[in-house]
Design a protein around this ligand. Structure first.
Ligand code: ADP
Ligand code: MG
Length: 287
């Protein structure tokens, strides 16, 4: 049977916008040793600003337009950022044959041209020669009709609340705080340094994130638990694999909310420490 105080714990958490799907997760939370965060949209704002545009063979404006159109149906933070940068209304009738390749990018037919936008992994998959210069930020390479059309450099920043979140986790003696990202090592390390994280693993596909979590699971004590926190975009498999899957932002995909054990309704990562504290207090009362 479930001790009465557990209901109090779940209720108290829900008042703070933390939805715990069962008393077993409250117990698991109280034993958290490792917290693994996804980067984009979880620790960072997920709002990318355009830093540089380097078109090849087309104009800057054309490059931005074709990219915004190709991104029209994606709900990745990169997609909404590029649509915002384009500034004009998008005529969805010009877009068809949309395809999203997790951890790589998107492709779609715009007017009658096939446009692909994504990272180095996408370029390699397509066998396209791309601009290999180093840029500081996240690089979106663009291909039009199988011809390289240049790149757009975008950059995201860490949430104000993230610094606070990491400090709080350190204060309650979480043993390891790790960040996983599909973004470049450069972008990952920049955010990790600002936040004071213990470890960062970058350039991961969704399946690589599951593998990393499996590896980290071997580093905790038998009683200890590992929590993964993500915004839900491409995160469902890893949310399911962690001892405690936490979906953040409330706006994540249905699949992520389904796969998660705990849903944080706000976009504040500091709520993770709040949830752990509530669970520890609840268990103390129960014992
Ligand atoms: P994260 O781990 O940062 O949450 P994802 O796994 O969602 O990242 O994506 C990893 C990388 O894949 C991005 O940094 C980007 O390079 C590329 N990517 C994913 N979705 C898109 C998209 N809609 N448009 C362009 N690039 C994308
Ligand atoms: Mg993500």
């Amino acid at each position: 049977s479930v001790p009465l105080s557990f209901f109090g714990g779940i209720g108290g958490a829900s008042k703070k916008g933390i939805l715990v799907k069962g008393s077993n997760y409250l117990e698991a939370l109280a034993n958290t040793e490792i917290v693994v965060f996804d980067k984009t949209g979880t620790l960072t704002k997920g709002v990318f600003n355009v830093q540089e545009i380097h078109p090849e063979g087309i104009s800057e404006q054309e490059l931005l337009e074709l990219t915004a159109y190709a991104e029209n149906y994606s709900n990745h933070p990169i997609s909404s950022s590029l649509k915002r940068a384009y500034k004009k209304e998008i005529n969805a009738e010009r877009v068809s044959n949309v395809e999203e390749i997790p951890g790589h990018g998107v492709s779609a037919v715009v007017d009658s041209k096939k446009v692909s936008a994504g990272n180095v992994k996408l370029m390699e998959k397509m066998g396209i020669e791309y601009n290999k210069n180093e840029f500081s930020g996240t690089v979106v390479h663009v291909v039009v009709e199988n011809i390289y059309a240049g790149l757009i450099v975008i950059a995201d920043e860490v949430k104000e609340d993230s610094k606070n979140a990491i400090k709080k986790l350190k204060n309650i003696n979480i043993k390891q705080i790790v960040m996983l990202t599909g973004d470049t090592l450069r972008a990952g390390e920049k955010a990790a340094r600002e936040l004071g994280l213990d470890k960062v693993y970058a350039e991961l596909l969704p399946a690589d994130k599951v593998e990393k979590v499996e590896e980290l699971l071997t580093e905790k004590s038998p009683k200890g638990r590992l929590a993964f926190v993500g915004d839900g975009i491409n995160d469902a498999p890893v949310l399911a694999r962690a001892d405690i899957g936490i979906a953040m932002g409330g706006l994540g995909s249905d699949a992520a909310i389904e796969a998660a054990d705990i849903v944080i309704m706000t976009d504040e990562p500091s709520k993770i420490a709040t949830a752990i504290k509530i669970s520890q207090k609840t268990l103390k009362i129960a014992s």
